[in-house]
Design a protein around this ligand. Structure first.
Ligand code: SF4
Length: 75
């Protein structure tokens, strides 16, 4: 990720209810940003800065199910 950039990731309620698709998302991410807890997908916040914006998670779902929001630091 470029310097000075942070991201936030939003997961849709539809994806949270779809355990099978959630498992595919967890497996798709090369830097383990997603995790399943009690069958529901969540974000490993400690890894979120490792996101490479590779879009592999979106490729197994859709832009509606996973939103990667780029936040630029003003400095
Ligand atoms: S864009 Fe790539 S690195 Fe970022 S969360 Fe999705 S799969 Fe993981």
């Amino acid at each position: 990720m470029p310097n000075g950039m942070f991201i936030d990731i939003k997961i849709s309620n539809k994806l949270k209810k779809d355990t099978e698709l959630s498992k595919q998302v967890v497996e798709s991410c090369p830097v383990d940003i997603f995790a399943l807890e009690n069958e529901e997908i969540g974000i490993n916040m400690e890894y979120i800065d490792e996101c490479t914006l590779c879009n592999l998670c979106i490729n197994v779902t859709s832009k509606e199910d996973i939103q990667i929001i780029k936040i630029y630091e003003n400095n």
